[in-house]
Ligand binder design. Structure first.
Ligand code: UDX
Ligand code: ADP
Length: 458
């Protein structure tokens, strides 16, 4: 069967893999190829055990792989044979040189641009999927169109708004699809090609087009706003603990104002994930580089409050447990940065585990999906760490439990049974406010929620 369109995606990660699986599923007449410099990654995408866990992803890949979805390590052939190229390589925070710890590291991005230029034999549409600083498309255009060989590249920005754990749902039914392009005749024609792909399943009113810089910036700003809501509610949680208010009640009352809205107001031990911190720091760096220090300081506050919240959580544990954690066994229930994912990038649990180990506590880590990543994350850390998937086994003999991830499984544990196996007095620090605190207190636990006065037996 000849395919109507041939699409390539460079970068088979969290963004590229699921996005392309959805396009393949929704556009059976398009052939989609996903390539990566990491051949192991490609082998995993071609195996029974996909390299990432996402509800619904296995089914989607199984239904399309080998039909119109292909994973390949041959980047050169991929570039040569496809005229529409999505780029979803990683853009981590720079760890060296100017902007270290803040700016986006664009080396993978630029390497990709040069590969595209090297192997292209015809004009192509190149689509930025990775999250990038505003004006990156300009660099891409400059590199790609530097050869003056009659081949022309149109660069589009099409940021991804999917969240981990709900990626497939978000891809299937997004709030909006954003497509930015140059507003020249060529640019608008290229933009239409991408619009045509999405109209296979997205209602036209949800496809928003804009100039290319607005599109790049909107992605950073959307993530900054979401993270800001969490830092705002977390900041107020500290006040609630002092003022005997209840953060759940405050969030409910505030969120019922339709101008504010109820979502993303769950106070927690802090936000994690690969995007929020990275994107805000990127925004901060961008503002500073334009001389907008007040704007930069404002957004940097969101990250500072997040660090404050994580540190505050550890200090609450320390103070509650008689100012020493040395040789105390503490079980972290959950290690993923949120429920329904095995991803541990920037997980607050990572920070808390490190801090507890510094205090010479013995840490037991439990998680239904993230233990493998946890082991890798903590491999260089000294101290006593055990990894135990079963929550009953993990908590047995511990002095305290700290809930780090809002897995449903933890809501329904038999806490009476757990209480009996723990060292007394037993403590629970609920970093996600998912447990029934009054009930736990009645069982005998000393309970420390976020943003509510603790319930203690002392
Ligand atoms: C985020 C954005 O939501 C998504 O649109 C973007 O494309 C990528 O970044 P993700 O990082 O997968 O997605 O997770 P998200 O669901 O946004 O949660 C981020 C963090 O905030 C998690 O650690 C989560 O536990 C925390 N969070 C979220 C809270 O602490 N409270 C809330 O009310 C909501
Ligand atoms: P994201 O969350 O943005 O999808 P990931 O780290 O999960 O990020 O995935 C990015 C993928 O891009 C990785 O699998 C990495 O090997 C791949 N990659 C990085 N640079 C290149 C490149 N020059 N060519 C092809 N693939 C690349």
């Amino acid at each position: 069967m000849t395919m109507k369109k041939n699409i390539l995606c460079i970068g088979a990660g969290y963004v590229g893999g699921p996005t392309m699986a959805m396009i393949a599923h929704k556009c059976p007449k398009y052939k989609i190829t996903v390539v990566d410099i990491n051949p192991q990654r490609i082998a995993e995408w071609n195996s029974d055990t996909l390299p990432i866990y996402e509800p619904g992803l296995d089914e989607l890949v199984l239904a399309t792989r080998g039909k119109n979805l292909f994973f390949s390590a041959d980047i050169a052939a991929g570039i040569r044979d496809n005229d529409i190229i999505f780029v979803s390589v990683n853009t981590p925070t720079k760890t060296f040189g100017a902007g270290a710890g803040m700016a986006a590291d664009l080396q993978f991005w630029e390497a990709t641009a040069r590969q595209i230029l090297q192997y292209s034999q015809s004009s192509k549409i190149v689509i930025e999927k990775s999250t990038l600083p505003v004006k990156t498309a300009l660099t891409m255009e400059q590199i790609l169109n530097s050869a003056h060989n009659g081949i022309f590249f149109d660069v589009l920005s099409n940021p991804e708004f999917m969240a981990e754990g709900t990626a497939i749902q978000d891809l299937e039914n997004p709030d909006r699809i954003l497509i930015g392009s140059r507003e020249t005749e060529r640019g608008l024609t290229a933009r239409q090609v991408l619009v045509d792909i999405y109209t296979h399943w997205i209602p036209p009113e949800k496809i928003v087009t804009s100039n290319i810089w607005s599109s790049e910036l909107s992605k950073l700003v959307a993530n900054a706003f979401l993270a800001q809501r969490i830092s705002s509610i977390n900041a107020i949680s500290a006040l609630c603990e002092k003022a005997e208010a209840n953060i759940g009640e405050v969030a409910r009352a505030v969120g019922m104002d339709s101008r504010i809205g109820a979502k993303f107001l769950n106070a927690s031990v802090g936000f994690g994930g690969s995007c929020f911190k990275k994107d805000i720091l990127n925004l901060v760096y961008l503002c500073r580089s334009y001389g907008l220090d007040e704007v930069a300081d404002y957004w940097e506050g969101v990250v500072k409050i997040n660090e404050y919240q994580q540190n505050r959580f550890t200090m609450t544990m320390l103070k509650a447990m008689f100012n020493t954690l040395a040789a105390k066994k503490i079980c972290l229930l959950g290690f993923a940065f949120k429920a329904n994912t095995g991803d541990t990038r920037e997980s607050p649990a990572l920070f808390i585990a490190r801090r507890l180990l510094e205090e010479k506590a013995e840490v037991v880590i439990s998680d239904p999906k993230a233990l493998q990543n946890a082991t890798i994350d903590l491999k260089d850390v000294r101290g006593s760490i055990r990894y135990v998937e079963d929550p009953y086994e993990a908590t047995a003999g511990c002095h305290a439990i700290a809930v780090m991830t809002e897995w449903d499984l933890y809501r329904n544990l038999d806490f009476k049974r757990i209480y009996r196996t723990m060292s007394q007095p037993a403590f629970i620090f609920d970093g996600r406010n998912i447990l029934d605190h009054r009930r736990l207190f009645d069982i005998g636990f000393n309970v420390y929620p976020i943003g509510k006065p603790p319930l203690t037996h002392f």
